[in-house]
Design a binder for this molecule. Structure first.
Ligand SMILES: Nc1nc2c(ncn2[C@@H]2O[C@H](COP(=O)(O)OP(=O)(O)OP(=O)(O)O)[C@@H](O)[C@H]2O)c(=O)[nH]1
Length: 903
């Protein structure tokens, strides 16, 4: 504890009043902080603990408080008592009188705007408000004469005349006044917890809150309720239970300390005694022959923070208008004249009490200081960052050019790192950047495709119709490849939409990402931001086109060639085998029948049948699937479909199904040859065919063969669709990444340069200077940079404001460092020095280097993300005024006489 910082107020003589003021030693420190924070527009600096005085009635609480504040403003007296808590806020106010004298005043919350410069008036107001200290019967005193007069008048009137209306009304009004007074003062409760709030403004006070609480009383007086003690205790406890409340437990020396209400309550609220100071008042009126030594030494009731004995003004002193200053002198005299207290100087006198409190306050400040410092340094970091985001005003062409390029470079870098997930400001609360792209690919696109059943929109009838349509006018001999291809193509085609949609999603995502890049930095350049958004929007749209084209190609490729030789394709034989397994009982019989009929030589050798075989009897991984224990090839040879003339082997033979359409045809053919004979012989009239219906559907009856064909087709569809789906799942993201995402990442910077610098020879005639970037010269329109870098007024205002805040914060930080306290635990890391702009530099803080274009510093010039070398360019960034400069050094020869900026 910095003992020497606390003035030895106890020893001060006539000047005791000023030396004893509460918080005297910490006022300069706290006020310094106060000043700083006032500049920052923040009200709270260090929240000092609130000090509450507790004790039994008339123990001298108000007197102690007043002596501590050093001003005489509280009503005191044996005939009045505290009925409402007085919350006294001391507010530090800078000296503002031109002559340098202190200006102090008080303000009540219930009298807004009224300043009390006379402290006697303050006391009167407290008294008048009937709130703080009143005579118990006072509420009734005020209204009683009028009330009595009214009743008296009424009695006379009643006796003489008939009752007249105004009198009862008047009586009612007076009663109402009395009720109001009662309500204010707590009525018959005697005590109310409604606070009086008084603010004392002074250049000599700490920002601290003191609470004068009603005194504890045991016996209800007058019309006080029987539970008055409990009520007051509850009220007091609500204040002193707060951990931030220092308790001054006041006990008069002429009472028994062991019965002290104050100590008893403080013991409940603060059992460890870390925030309770015992105050023994009225040492001057103790019984002759007794003293308070044992009390002060803590021998009666020990207290961690100890006791202080005080002598306040007596009632007589108050009546004699003795000043606090005189009272303090008298107090000192009292202790000097009592040898019994000579060795207890540190425990005697109001100045010692103030010293004790000051020490606690210093300790408190020390405790909160590190937190305050870290709050300031955190504020410094964010304000410095904000300030950097507003950048500096750049006037020169070179500076503007460099600034623009720098922004474009930074933007491109930020965009790339956002995609790559290397962005420093990456959120931890939600997926962002590249992670969202991954989510779209895997969790939306791939998952959606995997959830699709290729046969879900295909009914058995659809497949049957497709099969029959595919066979054309002929009978179906095999499970035909054509319907399979038609159906699978249709399913593949379905993959196009989600793939294109996926590309759209990624495009949208990239647009959103671009909006999130450099939001703060670009808010000062709305024109540039708009232009950049346009450029990136167009560029992304341009990138979307080839990705969509590519996606179209990928799907078309898949549709164009159905690769039934794909190693993962189920294959016809396997599919048939599986289909047969699913329908063994119904299929077996026809197969045996077909076998029996044996006519394998008649097998057609058409291309279609070969294709069918390619599908259906294809070897899977070199192994020919067996049909009933035999290889398919054997089955095809030995078990041909023989129930019709044209198909003796192949799929129909495997199915062994009887093609009813073939049978019908056979019947019809046989009829064709036999019936005319009959007709001639019988002379019967001509047979009329029924008209074919306009819409033809396959018959509703399913043969076993058809059922198997349907199952087989479905198996094949699923198998092949699976292959295609996997390809699509793989290639579509690749195409999007290649044509859209990575392309944008790679080319964005260059596109920005080209489109925002208007790189165009056609602009040659309206250019005023050249920009040299990566050994290429660009012509730049004269006012282009100004146009782009137009700043809204609010940015200039914000820059100014943050600059000022930064300065104040830096000063606050330095002041905290210089505070004469021992709290050295504050983390270091920022040293303050002044930079050429006048702003103190903060090491370790982000600077405005991003836009630091003044002075043509090399670092301030951005470089293409693709060309880190250019970052090390040794060019100054200033306009090169000499012609030799742009032609020299073996660089590209420049036409014209325009200055050049190297970027
Ligand atoms: N002689 C002497 N009188 C004192 C001392 N302290 C207080 N008094 C007197 O005791 C009476 C009560 O003092 P206050 O300061 O009003 O006591 P309080 O505890 O605030 O009273 P309540 O708020 O009503 O409970 C006043 O007349 C004071 O002058 C003291 O140290 N010595």
């Amino acid at each position: 504890m910095a003992e020497e910082q606390v003035p030895a107020a106890a020893s001060s003589n006539g000047s005791a009043a000023s030396g004893t003021a509460l918080g005297h030693s910490v006022i300069p420190i706290v006020n310094k902080l106060q000043d700083i924070f006032a500049q920052l527009g923040s009200q709270s600096t260090i929240e000092l603990p609130q000090v509450a005085v507790v004790g039994s009635q008339s123990s001298g609480k108000s007197s102690v408080l007043e002596a501590l504040v050093g001003r005489d403003f509280l009503p005191r007296g044996s005939d009045i008592c505290t009925r409402r808590p007085l919350v006294l806020q001391l507010v530090y106010k800078k000296k503002n009188k031109p002559d340098g004298t202190d200006e102090e005043w008080g303000e009540f919350l219930h009298l807004p705007g009224k300043k009390f410069f006379d402290f006697n008036e303050i006391r009167r107001e407290i008294q008048l408000s009937k709130a703080h200290k009143v005579l118990w019967a006072e509420p009734f005193h005020e209204a009683r004469p009028a009330f009595l007069f009214c009743t008296y008048l009424e009695a006379i009137v009643c006796l003489t005349l008939r009752p007249i209306t105004p009198l009862p009304l008047l009586r009612f009004a007076l009663l109402t006044t009395m009720a109001e007074t009662e309500r204010e003062a707590g009525g018959n409760k005697g005590v109310t917890d409604k606070q009086i709030r008084l603010k004392i403004f002074s250049p000599n006070v700490l920002d601290i809150t003191l609470v004068d609480l009603p005194g504890l009383t045991k016996v209800p007086v007058g019309d006080q309720p029987s539970d008055i003690e409990a009520r007051i205790r509850t009220m007091i406890m609500s204040y002193i239970k707060l951990p931030s409340c220092l308790i001054l437990a006041v006990t008069p020396a002429n009472s028994d300390l062991a019965n002290s209400d104050a100590l008893q309550m403080a013991g409940i609220a603060d059992p460890d005694g870390y925030r309770t100071i015992g105050v023994i008042t009225k040492l001057d009126i103790m019984d002759r022959g007794t003293d308070a030594r044992n009390f002060l030494l803590g021998k009666v009731i020990p207290l961690r923070l100890g006791y202080v004995g005080v002598v306040n003004r007596s009632q007589e002193d108050i009546l004699m208008n003795r000043s606090i200053k005189d009272a303090l002198v008298a107090e000192e005299k009292f202790f000097r004249s009592r040898p019994v207290y000579n060795d207890l100087a540190e425990r005697c006198g109001v100045p010692q009490l103030a010293k004790k409190l000051n020490q606690i306050l210093v300790q408190h400040i020390k405790t909160v200081l590190p937190g305050l410092k870290s709050r300031i340094s955190a504020a410094l970091v964010s304000v410095a960052k904000e300030h950097a985001s507003y950048g500096e005003i750049t006037e020169s062409k070179a500076g503007q050019g460099a600034l623009l390029l720098n922004i474009l470079s930074k933007f491109s870098e930020a965009f790339s790192s956002m995609i790559e997930g290397k962005n420093e400001e990456m959120s931890t609360s939600e997926l962002s950047g590249g992670a969202r792209i991954h989510y779209i690919f895997q969790d939306i696109f791939v998952k959606s495709l995997e959830d699709v059943d290729p046969c879900e929109d295909l009914t058995d009838d659809d497949i049957r119709t497709a099969i029959q349509n595919a066979t054309g006018p002929k009978s179906a001999l095999f499970v035909p490849e054509v319907p399979f291809e038609v159906l699978i193509r249709r399913q593949i085609a379905r993959l196009l939409d989600p793939s294109l949609q996926c590309a759209r999603f990624i495009y949208d995502e990239l647009i959103k990402m671009s909006h999130r890049c450099m939001v703060n930095e670009l808010q000062r350049f709305p024109v540039l931001r708009k232009r950049m958004d346009e450029v990136i929007g167009n560029f992304l749209r341009e990138g979307l086109e080839p990705s969509e084209t590519m996606i179209g190609h990928i799907v078309e490729m898949e549709m164009d060639y159905i690769n039934t030789s794909h190693p993962n394709f189920l294959g016809g034989s396997k599919a048939v085998e599986m289909a047969l397994q699913q329908k063994p009982s119904r299929i077996s019989a026809p197969i045996s029948r077909q076998k029996d009929s044996g006519d394998s030589d008649k097998a057609p050798n058409s291309e279609r049948s070969l294709k069918s075989r390619a599908i259906l009897a294809r070897q899977v991984n070199g192994i020919v699937p067996e049909q009933g224990g035999r290889p398919v090839a054997d089955v095809e040879k030995t078990a041909p479909a023989v129930n019709n003339a044209g198909s003796t082997w192949g799929i129909s033979s495997i199915f062994g199904g009887h093609d009813h359409r073939t049978s019908m045809k056979e019947n019809f053919t046989s009829k064709l040859f036999s019936e005319p004979v009959q007709s001639i012989e019988q002379g019967v009239s001509m047979i009329h065919l029924r008209e074919p219906p306009s819409v033809l559907r396959p018959s509703e009856t399913h043969s076993d063969q058809e059922a198997t064909e349907i199952i087989t087709t479905k198996l094949l569809l699923r198998s092949y669709y699976d292959i295609v789906r996997k390809n699509i799942e793989d290639f579509v993201p690749k195409a999007i990444m290649h044509f859209l995402v990575n392309h944008t990442k790679r080319e964005l910077h260059n596109v920005f340069i080209k489109r925002l610098y208007r790189v165009s020879i056609s602009h040659c005639f309206c250019t005023n200077f050249y920009v040299r970037h990566n050994a290429t010269f660009f012509f730049v329109r004269d006012n282009l940079f100004e146009e782009m870098l137009q700043e809204p007024d609010e940015v200039a205002t914000k820059r100014k404001r943050t600059r000022e805040t930064l300065r104040v914060l830096q000063q606050a930080f330095r002041t905290l460092d210089e505070l004469p306290l021992e709290a050295e635990t504050v983390e270091r890391g920022y040293s303050l020095s002044t930079d050429p702009t006048g702003l103190p530099k903060i090491h370790g803080l982000p600077t405005s280097s991003l836009y630091n274009t003044s002075g043509g510093s090399t670092d301030s010039f951005g470089a293409s993300p693709k060309n880190p070398k250019s970052r090390k360019s040794s060019n100054s960034g200033e306009l090169h005024s000499s012609y030799a400069d742009y032609n020299g050094g073996g660089r590209n020869s420049m036409p014209g006489f325009y200055p050049t900026i190297d970027i």
